[in-house]
Write a protein that binds this ligand. Structure first.
Ligand code: FMN
Length: 79
């Protein structure tokens, strides 16, 4: 069975979306099932075997939405 990947991103002005889509395309070309979604649209990580999470950087830090995403899903991301 194909591994099920989530590539999820936080973006202010859209550049990070393209990065996420490029990562998702490469994973799909290598045999994974892939969803590419903004973090605000992700409620449940249980369908996924692995998660790639990334954020635009603002003032040396991830966007607040991305920090919140990692905190909210910390236990599942550790697995
Ligand atoms: C107010 C502001 C602060 C930024 N701070 C940083 C920073 O500290 N480090 C960095 O590498 N890039 C910084 N950037 C650049 C953005 O991270 C970069 O343009 C990024 O591609 C934006 O992604 P997005 O279009 O997905 O929001 C900053 C941009 C803005 C507008």
């Amino acid at each position: 069975m194909k591994p099920n990947f989530l590539v999820t991103y936080a973006s202010n002005t859209g550049w990070t979306v393209g990065v996420a889509e490029a990562i998702g395309k490469t994973l799909a070309e290598n045999g994974a099932k892939v969803d590419v979604l903004p973090m605000r649209a992700v409620k449940d990580l249980s369908p996924y075997d692995a998660v790639v999470a990334g954020s635009a950087v603002n003032g040396g830090a991830w966007l607040p939405e991305a920090v919140q995403f990692v905190r909210a899903h910390q236990a599942e991301l550790k697995r």
